[in-house]
Design a protein around this ligand. Structure first.
Ligand code: C2E
Ligand code: CA
Ligand code: CA
Length: 801
């Protein structure tokens, strides 16, 4: 049932549509006939209303004319014509005239807006009334014709012709009405003349027919013009509506508004958005110029506000087009950014007549841009500036420093023990350390200076207007002091140490690259100076660096040219004085510069990686030589952390021992704590491997690095080698004695042997043996000696009691 019901209603709707379509077609045929361009269906009713009203508005005139005609006819023709005809005629015309007046009152006076609907029937009815009126007029004229003289007839014909044409004009907006009127009067006249007077007035009848035809054309043409006018008006109205709809929509929805200024720069109309934004009443705003309004809102705290405002003032006063001038404005507590674009308006004489523009609130775009710039410039971990930011700022501040003739200082900082802490406590600790260090650096960064993290544990501070070394030294000391305050990580208390290198732009440094290199050299010097130091760039550093690169290039060749030699320094049992072994120490027999000690090339060899082939050569040589000695003597070989880190040095040791047939227990590998500062896993594996093979391990330079009890406990060490810096002082300094004593006690507890290096005086030897140090080496016993001197030395020692 439901479905049927739907079907029925669907059916009836369709029927209705079809019916509408048919009538519309008929009406359209008529309309199309009168109009070149067809009227759109949806506008047909409206147009009909306008056409109808155009006629109805004039109906009072027609009514008055009709009443007058009736009055005149009754006055002049009463009793001279058939009275009953005149009476019927008068009544009919009066009725028509009265109905016209009623129509006028209903459509024009009573309800001008609400009665907008005019049916097609109303039009047909009006047309019918006009044709009846026309026929009535024609009938009266024909009737009067028989009573008048020839002269009067011509006069009457002229009057009726004027009457027809004025009616035709009056009703032309609906051609059907106009034509019905014209044709009915003319047809009535022609018929009357021919019917009642035969050929007498043939000419007049022909004239009337011609006149009627002409008038019909005029009606059709003027009705077309009227309709075309209506259509053009509708089109303009529609466009206007669409445009204002779009503009309203634009102003309501978008964050933009349109504005227009007059010649004097005052706004011609006010947008609600602007009124709200300024929080000022409209009347007051209209008394101000647009630039005054903008100035009152200007966010002067924004860096570029003054420049942008100047640009805007120029744009608004030079009377030319402009686009995208961004002005920061303060609205309440918030800063927003408005972008202005405008085109000039010209008057009829092509003279400047103001500006028409659009203001867009681009706050979100600016904030997004700023956020993106911030992200691109910020180090994600420490939230301080990153390398990109540093590069930009360095360029900016350095060029400013050149322009203002005031030097700019670049301070590079490197956390000395970062890698070790990172390896010992894990990456989370490393990250925490970097964050903490950044925080402390930030607290100490002077106003106007720029702090950035360049990567890893390297930081930089650019200090503009840095007038001299003393200020920078004071700043560096302060930074070093703050950084060195213990940092608590879990249960651990960690000390952070920094090396600082500083260079100034006025140190004959011509470019950013040179400044960076200079401060890098200074930092390098600080690290070389034993870390935890502050170094200022000195041109001599450049020479050292150049010298270094020269050494490096020479060294590459020297390995293949066999320019290296090993010297051996004896190690003795401090109690028995017995020779126990030798430490192999490398030297470079330079063809020009003579014998070069390792301090001048080992670090370069480490940096360049040349230590790897050199280290293998040293190991081979030392083992080969040791094989020749008495079976109770060992050889100690120094191994750099680079060798362990970058190669499978354990395999190398194995193969060398195999090739030389030296028993593993006669080889001792000396490592420093730097081995443990790198990745601990390979170092640990290396040491365990040595232990398994039976090779001895000694921890060299003990006491100078990051000495941690956990190392001593966990690593498979055999010996601790007390650094010579302690030995140098030991016979005079109580504090050092205490340190040495505690080292020996610690070694005893861990069942490790102790050896002292750099024993030069008898007193030192005595003290060390008293403190419980087992063995030692030093100039007191022998300097490192050439391989040729070894047999004699060994022999001389054997002879000792
Ligand atoms: P080191 O391992 O601490 O070697 C001891 C250094 O102290 C040697 O300097 C030695 O000549 C010196 N010395 C010995 N007794 C005394 C003394 O009584 N007084 C003083 N003032 N000095 C003494 P050298 O030979 O110049 O070696 C310096 C450093 O070079 C070594 O320090 C070691 O770290 C490194 N080195 C030497 N040979 C090699 C090597 O083959 N491989 C590696 N990786 N490093 C080596
Ligand atoms: Ca050594
Ligand atoms: Ca040493």
């Amino acid at each position: 049932m439901e479905v049927l019901g739907e079907n029925v209603s669907f059916q009836s709707k369709t029927d209705h549509v079809v019916k509408e379509k048919n009538t519309a077609n008929f009406y359209q045929i008529i309309t199309v006939f009168f109009n070149r361009s067809p009227i759109p269906n949806e506008l047909a009713d409206t147009y009909r209303y306008y056409q109808f009203c155009a006629i109805v508005r004039l109906l009072p005139l027609a009514g008055v004319a009709t009443y007058s005609s009736v009055g005149l006819a009754l006055f002049f023709a009463w009793s001279s014509v058939n009275n009953s005809f005149l009476l019927v005629w008068s009544i009919l015309l009066t009725m028509i005239a009265t109905s016209e007046l009623i129509m006028w009152w209903v459509y024009i006076i009573r309800d001008p807006d609400n009665s907008r609907h005019v049916s097609k029937k109303m039009v047909y009815f009006l047309a019918l009334k006009m044709s009846v009126a026309g026929i009535l007029y024609a009938a009266l004229v024909i009737h009067l014709f028989s009573l008048f003289t020839d002269y009067e007839r011509i006069f009457l014909f002229s009057i009726i012709s004027a009457f027809i044409s004025s009616g035709g004009w009056m009703f032309a907006s609906i051609p059907l009405v106009g034509l019905m009127w014209t044709i009915s009067v003319s047809a009535g006249l022609i018929f009357g003349l021919l019917y009642f007077f035969g050929d007498t007035y043939l000419l007049l009848a022909v004239l009337a027919a011609l006149y009627c035809t002409f008038l019909c054309f005029v009606i059709i043409i003027s009705s077309r013009q009227y309709l075309e006018g209506l259509m053009a008006e509708t089109k303009i109205e529609n466009q206007h509506q669409t445009v204002s709809l779009l503009l309203n929509d634009f102003e309501e929805k978008a964050s933009d508004w349109l504005w227009e200024t007059n010649k004097k720069g005052h706004l011609r109309h006010l947008s609600q958005k602007l009124i709200e934004a300024t929080d000022t009443d409209a009347d007051r705003l209209l008394t101000l110029t647009y630039i005054d309004i903008i100035e009152s809102l200007l966010a002067t705290n924004e860096t570029n506000s003054a420049t942008q405002f100047k640009k805007m003032t120029r744009a608004l006063t030079t009377n030319s087009d402009f686009s995208s001038i961004v002005i920061p404005v303060n609205l309440g507590n918030e800063t927003r950014w408005w972008s202005f674009s405008a085109k000039i308006l010209l008057d009829k004489d092509k003279k400047f007549n103001g500006l028409r523009g659009v203001t867009s609130d681009i706050t979100s775009v600016i904030l997004r841009e700023r956020e993106m710039i911030k992200q691109a410039n910020t180090d994600t971990l420490t939230k301080i500036g990153n390398r990109h930011f540093f590069n930009e700022q360095l360029l900016l501040l350095c060029s400013e420093s050149v322009n203002h003739h005031s030097p700019c200082a670049l301070m590079l900082l490197d956390l000395d023990n970062f890698k070790m802490i990172n390896d010992a406590f894990g990456h989370a600790a490393g990250d925490g350390l970097l964050v903490e260090a950044s925080k402390r650096l930030k607290e100490n960064t002077p106003q106007g200076a720029i702090l950035a993290r360049l990567g890893g544990d390297e930081f930089a501070i650019i200090v503009p207007n840095a007038s001299g070394q003393s200020i920078m030294r004071a700043l560096s000391e302060k930074i070093k002091y703050t950084i060195s305050e213990p940092w608590h990580y879990g249960e651990n208390q960690i000390e952070i140490r920094t090396s600082i290198g500083i260079a100034f732009t006025n140190q004959n440094i011509g470019s950013i690259e040179m400044l960076l290199r200079a401060s890098d050299l200074a930092l390098y010097a600080a690290k070389e100076a034993g870390r935890d130091a502050i170094c200022f760039f000195d041109p001599a550093m450049e020479e050292t660096a150049n010298h270094k690169s020269q050494v490096l290039s020479e060294m590459r060749k020297s390995i293949s040219d066999n320019e290296f030699v090993l010297h051996y320094q004896p190690q003795l049992d401090l109690i028995t004085g017995k020779l126990i072994g030798f430490e192999a120490l490398v030297r470079w027999q330079h063809p020009k510069r003579g014998l070069i000690t390792p301090i001048h090339f080992i670090s370069i060899a480490e940096e360049s990686g040349l230590i790897i082939p050199l280290g293998i050569w040293v190991l081979e040589q030392a083992c080969f030589e040791a094989k020749k000695w008495l079976s109770d003597l060992y050889v100690a070989v120094n191994v750099s952390y680079i060798q362990i880190e970058r190669t499978d040095f354990l395999a190398e040791v194995k193969s060398v021992l195999h090739n030389t047939q030296l028993p593993p227990h006669r080889l001792e590998i000396e490592i420093t704590e730097s081995v443990l500062m790198t990745d601990q896993t390979p170092a640990f594996q290396f040491l365990m491997g040595l232990k398994e093979m039976g090779v001895k391990i000694a921890l060299d330079d003990f006491g100078t690095g990051f000495s941690s009890l956990s190392y001593l406990q966990n690593l498979p060490l055999d010996k601790i080698k007390i650094d010579q810096s302690f030995i140098n002082l030991s016979d005079t300094d109580d504090k050092t004695c205490a340190i040495i004593r505690s080292i020996t006690q610690l070694a005893d507890a861990l069942e490790l042997e102790t050896i002292a290096e750099g024993i030069e005086r008898e007193g030192q030897y005595k003290l060390l043996s008293d403190l419980g140090v087992k063995s030692g080496q030093g100039y007191l016993y022998a300097r490192p000696m050439q391989v040729d001197d070894l047999p004699f030395f060994i022999e001389s020692k054997r002879k000792l009691p």
